[in-house]
Design a protein around this ligand. Structure first.
Ligand SMILES: Nc1nc2c(c(=O)[nH]1)N[C@H]1C(S)=C(S)[C@@H](COP(=O)(O)OP(=O)(O)OC[C@H]3O[C@@H](n4cnc5c(=O)[nH]c(N)nc54)[C@H](O)[C@@H]3O)O[C@H]1N2
Ligand SMILES: Nc1nc2c(c(=O)[nH]1)N[C@H]1C(S)=C(S)[C@@H](COP(=O)(O)OP(=O)(O)OC[C@H]3O[C@@H](n4cnc5c(=O)[nH]c(N)nc54)[C@H](O)[C@@H]3O)O[C@H]1N2
Ligand code: SF4
Ligand SMILES: [Mo]
Length: 733
């Protein structure tokens, strides 16, 4: 990153919070360090590891001064961080010192959800769980225990649950996040966008962001690359009903009506085709069904789209021509959190098709082909085979779901269809904030014989548990090796920097001990995780000593674009880019994306939109004193006209009431012209109601609580959540 774009990066991230000062200071420090950790002084120890404040897994150099954790900075060797951390990563040390941390295993004393506990030893906890799990297995079969797990930390627990005999394992990152996108791209190109996204933002000459609010969405290298693209003078086109941080960097800002992006996408493609601006050679060589697809767009003129989206026809034409002028280095970002309106896989397919028309898949400045290092797995015994299949998607109700559906497991737990689910393990996912309709989650929990939660703080889901197991935070533990799929191949190591302060234990230890208590010790033949690492690294021909010292092992560069020699392959049924999808047609769906107008909601109500703040991750950082100091509560963004209609003033507290009568915590009003009048906006993850979160409790409001409705994507089971509406109630109510 050059000096100019580094300044822009700081501007992009700093502007967002207004208070991201600690993040900026650390970024400067990391930048100044240049090529590695500063020379080590007496009393100073530095340990490379990788961050876990979100799932980007940035390489970190942690510094311990006089035995105490002092700071974390980016590891310059690490391709994911480029030597810099985002503000959340920098404040990550606050997770270690959080006084509200879980300290020892807890057993529920009274009714579920009352948060009354007795402290027990690890052995007592394991014995209790083992007995319950054996009872469930005896009565309902091993598939009746499911695991919800988010992030690399869950790998050993997944192994334990599979060894026990269940394949019911799901993460909210599919049905509540990127699932529709990956399905839409798979149906079109035959491959996922994957995480980290294979987007070549750095080299894009034109970047189109539909909602993707980079700068608030702080996935580190993407934000750095966004700054590079802005610094290089790329054309930036942002469509968002809210004037986001990214919109502030845009050449063209399109304040699209919420829920109408598909109309905009179809009209852009209409312009590219009718004006013959698309990549004819690429489409001719790789496309399947182009003529039929082109014909289907006949009526999707910019004039038609204007009536849906509110975007002027001339602006639609101009932006389409800009995209064409820079092709194939025009990247229409696929988005990440795309569970919006229920037609999300089809909207994602339209994004994929727009990229196909621009010839950007496989090309520099578009989508690269990710590479990784070959790291052999550990040779475990075979898992028991279940005859009953998974519970989340019976009879392939959602035919294109290629990962497990969290809300499908919840449904099975509620209904016992296709079979009863009676035990949940929950690892690092706060299901009450992550899944829509918390009452459904609570009702499912009440059907369980066992709920085990592994967490670091007393989150809302921990409050409902029968057994709470306290994990050490990432700076105190090893996790599985990360052989990432990225621009360049590398392996990263997470290793402990400091000791856990109380009885907390790492997940690998929890999984291994649990397995032993279940009589499944043969699945964990290694004595400790380093023995496991040594085996796998030796099998791949890698040096564990070097990995420990540097935190990263880099592999040789490989070609990542078609032009560099990557073989264009499209693993779809036709072997081509599917402008028309016969798979969809055979399954009873539209073979080309078709727009449906979103419901406007009840009069006097406003569509509830939500997103990220640069200094917080989901619902997991509000107890972290460093990060919560920078932003301790969220606000509700309200358009000036809406505010005057409801007699709201900037800074006053209100409550939000949704279409089903659910009333939120108090939240401060932000009166602004930076949002369309038919919607309001808040940052996700606030409004904690776990009483043991003494610091975060009651600060701000929870979007999740107001998301009582959701629309399920018929292709893949994703739960669209931008379908709720709120109005204002007095704060005193
Ligand atoms: N700081 C921080 N960064 C994060 C995370 C975090 O917790 N904290 N989480 C990470 C994860 S897992 C994810 S999935 C991503 C999520 O980040 P994104 O994928 O960028 O999130 P979205 O929810 O798609 O986008 C929210 C934006 O979409 C806009 N929007 C809402 N409705 C519409 C619409 O109908 N059309 C258009 N065009 N825009 C709309 C909102 O106004 C808002 O600006 O962030 C990642 N980065
Ligand atoms: N309403 C609403 N729902 C959403 C979203 C939204 O914007 N609004 N976003 C969606 C998206 S994009 C995603 S990806 C998901 C994210 O959903 P989740 O991944 O479930 O995110 P969190 O709600 O933050 O839950 C993380 C939990 O992990 C715990 N934790 C943190 N660190 C550790 C650790 O080291 N070990 C252990 N064992 N636990 C740890 C935290 O305390 C917290 O309880 O949510 C989805 N759901
Ligand atoms: S993006 Fe930020 S929070 Fe996420 S891993 Fe990287 S530094 Fe940590
Ligand atoms: Mo996500």
């Amino acid at each position: 990153m050059n000096a100019l774009s580094r300044r822009k990066f700081l501007k992009i991230t700093g502007a967002a919070a207004g208070t991201a000062a600690a993040g900026c200071a650390a970024l400067r420090a990391a930048g100044a360090a240049g090529t590695g950790p500063a020379p080590v002084e007496k009393g100073i120890r530095q340990v490379p590891t990788f961050c876990d404040i979100c799932f980007w897994k940035c390489g970190v150099i942690a510094t311990v001064r006089d035995g105490a954790l002092w700071k974390v900075e980016g590891n310059p060797l690490d391709p994911l961080s480029g030597g810099r951390l985002c503000p959340r990563g920098t404040g990550g040390i606050g997770a270690h010192s959080d006084p509200d941390r879980l300290k020892s295993p807890l057993l529920r004393k009274r009714n579920r959800g009352e948060e009354q506990w007795v402290e027990v030893t690890w052995d007592e906890a394991f014995e209790f769980i083992a007995q319950k799990m054996q009872e469930i297995k005896g009565r309902y079969g091993p598939e009746a225990v499911a695991l919800f797990s988010h992030g690399i930390g869950g790998n050993f627990l997944k192994h334990m649950i599979k060894a026990y005999g269940s394949q019911n394992i799901a993460a909210p990152s599919f049905a509540q996040c990127r699932g529709p996108r990956d399905v839409g791209f798979r149906l079109t190109f035959g491959e996922d966008v994957s995480s980290p996204e294979r987007t070549d933002i750095r080299n894009a000459r034109c970047l189109v962001l539909l909602g993707s609010h980079l700068g608030e969405n702080m996935h580190n290298s993407q934000v750095q690359e966004f700054a590079d693209a802005v610094g290089n003078g790329a054309t930036i086109i942002v469509a968002d009903p809210r004037f986001s941080i990214a919109a502030g960097k845009a050449t063209y800002y399109l304040p699209v009506k919420p829920g109408t992006d598909l109309a905009l996408l179809l009209s852009w493609m209409h312009v590219l085709i009718t004006e013959s601006l698309y990549d004819r050679q690429y489409v001719g060589q790789y496309g399947f069904g182009f003529e039929q697809f082109a014909a289907s767009l006949a009526s999707n003129t910019p004039e038609w789209a204007y009536t849906e989206t509110g975007i002027e026809p001339e602006l639609i034409r101009r932006t389409a021509r800009e995209m064409a002028a820079h092709k194939p280095a025009t990247l229409v970002h696929p988005g990440r959190h795309v569970t919006w309106y229920g037609d999300d896989a089809q909207r994602s397919r339209a994004i994929a098709l727009l990229n196909a028309l621009l010839g950007s898949w496989g090309r520099k400045g578009g989508f690269y082909t990710p590479v990784s290092m070959d790291l052999p797995p550990y040779p475990y015994p075979e898992y028991p085979v279940s005859q009953r299949g998974k519970a989340d998607n019976p009879n392939h109700k959602y035919p294109f779901a290629h990962e497990s559906i969290t809300t499908g497991i919840r449904h099975a737990t509620l209904t016992s269809e296709p079979y009863p689910v009676k035990g949940w393990w929950v690892y690092a996912t706060n299901l009450l904030h992550a899944l829509p309709n918390e009452q459904e989650t609570i009702a499912a929990i009440q059907n369980l014989d066992l709920l085990v939660v592994v967490d670091v703080i007393p989150s809302e889901i921990a409050g409902w548990a029968d057994v709470v197991l306290p994990e050490s935070v990432y700076l105190e533990r090893h996790d599985d090796l990360n052989a990432e799929w990225f621009r360049e191949p590398f392996i990263a190591l997470r290793q402990p920097v400091v000791e856990p302060p109380h009885e907390q234990k790492p997940n690998w230890w929890i999984a291994k001990r649990m397995a032993e208590h279940l009589g499944l010790g043969a699945y964990f033949p290694w004595t400790d995780i380093e023995e496991y690492f040594r085996y796998r690294l030796a099998a791949g021909g890698y040096d564990y000593g070097k990995l420990k010292k540097d935190g990263i092992l880099l592999g040789p560069a490989q070609p990542i674009y078609f032009d560099e020699g990557v073989e264009p392959e499209f693993p779809t049924p036709s072997g081509k880019i599917e402008f028309v999808s016969l798979q969809l047609q055979e399954a009873g769906f539209d073979p080309v994306p078709v727009y449906h107008r979103p419901s406007p909601g009840p009069p006097g109500y406003y569509r509830l939109l939500y997103g990220r703040a640069p200094v917080h991750s989901f619902s997991r950082t509000h107890s972290n004193r460093i990060l919560s100091d920078m932003m301790s509560e969220n606000e509700i963004w309200v358009h000036t006209r809406t505010a005057s209609r409801h007699e709201l003033t900037n800074g006053q507290y209100v409550r939000l009431k949704n279409q089903d009568g659910v009333v939120s915590n108090r939240i401060r009003v932000k009166v602004t012209e930076r949002i369309r009048p038919e919607c309001v906006y808040m940052v996700h993850g606030f409004g904690h109601n776990s009483r043991m979160l003494t610091h975060a409790f009651g600060k701000g409001a929870s979007d999740a609580q107001l998301i009582t409705r959701y629309t399920t994507d018929p292709l893949m089971g994703g739960t669209a959540m931008n379908v709720n509406f709120v109005t204002f109630a007095p704060a005193e109510a």
